[in-house]
Design a protein around this ligand. Structure first.
Ligand code: ZN
Length: 357
């Protein structure tokens, strides 16, 4: 603001001096000069008053915003599900975008966790190449968790099947990581058919040395991911750009939604866990996703660190086929109805419906 004002003064003053230096001004010229000076000084007054008003307004905004040390306390753990990939891609594309995504994760020092569906490794003639893609993650120092072998919906299968999905889902991960995975993520975020089955599965997980990894920032980013991959396969660059732009707007709305959800339910902003997928969309957009979270005052923490938040010990009595945020579950357990979540833009949902027909 001050800089702008100084520039304005410098550019106006020389004209006035040049005019008065030439010849002694006649009376009418003097009148004109006085009139001009008056105009000039009233302009100065307007500029000064405007500058004062704007700085006052800016000061008020600054006061209304959280202090910097408050915003710095925002923490999020970023998790990637459905490794080696959610949307179907040929293994060459998969290896290429995985490298790009991992580069962005590493250069931003994001302690991410990846959740594997080992069933996705077994493609005829591609198994070794797909295992190599998974190895890209462990080579990058990313911890891998178990997301079951074949991503079956826990609402549709028995507890015994759920258990075998876990055991079958850790073989390659153990070989690559040289230790058993410590985290487990429920497919579709479904924790079981009923309370008894849910408790039985939880006991099994604990006995196997697993920690369940809840999600607080749940979202429909996967839908954007699928239609983005489709657009890329048809070489539709315009559609890719449109989807990516909508995705970045959407993910910020999601962050904002769960920040206020947490404040409303817990009276503070908890250590969040964000669910994303290993997709071409995130490979192309991850730098911008990181920027959005940084701008909102976030630091990136590990899953272990996030789970230290006492909120994760809250009772969760939710049973349902729909996988929802743990914030919603804690709210439902309190006897409240779930909160409506940020919508996916109509054009993305329409493209998704067409592909699933
Ligand atoms: Zn999944």
């Amino acid at each position: 603001m001050h800089h702008f004002f100084r520039t304005a003064t410098v550019s106006l003053t020389p004209n006035l001096q040049a005019q008065s230096r030439r010849t002694p001004p006649s009376l009418s010229q003097q009148h004109r000069l006085v009139r001009f000076s008056l105009k000039f000084f009233s302009l100065i007054t307007v500029v000064l008053v405007t500058a004062a008003l704007i700085s006052a307004a800016l000061a008020a905004v600054a006061d209304a915003q959280p202090k910097s040390n408050e915003t710095r306390t925002r923490e999020v753990c970023i998790t990637f599900d459905d490794l080696p990939s959610g949307p179907d891609s040929d293994v060459k594309t998969l290896a290429r975008f995985t490298a790009k995504l991992l580069q962005a994760i590493k250069s931003n020092r994001v302690p991410a966790t990846g959740f594997v569906n080992e069933g996705k490794l077994y493609h005829a003639g591609e198994t070794d190449a797909r295992i190599a893609v998974l190895k890209q993650w462990t080579d990058a120092g990313i911890e891998l968790g178990n997301h079951t072998f074949s991503h079956k919906h826990f609402f549709d299968i028995s507890v015994d099947e759920q258990k075998s999905e876990v055991i079958r889902g850790e073989t390659v991960t153990i070989l690559l990581q040289k230790k058993r995975p410590q985290f487990f993520r429920h497919p579709y975020l479904c924790t079981g058919q009923d309370s008894a089955g849910k408790a039985q599965f939880e006991t099994f997980l604990t006995a196997q040395g697993y920690l369940a990894a809840p999600v607080t920032m749940d979202n429909s980013e996967w839908m954007f991911g699928f239609v983005y991959t489709d657009a890329s396969k048809r070489g539709d660059k315009a559609a890719m750009q449109k989807i990516a732009a909508a995705y970045l707007q959407y993910i910020e709305t999601v962050a904002e939604f769960y920040e206020s959800f947490s404040r409303e339910l817990l009276g503070r902003e908890m250590k969040h866990i964000l669910l994303l997928h290993a997709s071409l969309l995130n490979a192309d957009c991850f730098e911008q996703v990181i920027e959005i979270f940084k701008r909102r005052g976030y630091t990136f923490i590990s899953l272990q660190a996030a789970l230290e938040d006492a909120a994760y010990q809250l009772p969760d009595a939710y049973i349902g086929a729909r996988g929802i945020s743990w914030l919603q579950r804690w709210r439902i357990t309190k006897g409240l109805s779930p909160k409506p979540e940020p919508p996916v833009p109509a054009f993305v949902e329409a493209a998704w419906r067409v592909r699933t027909k």
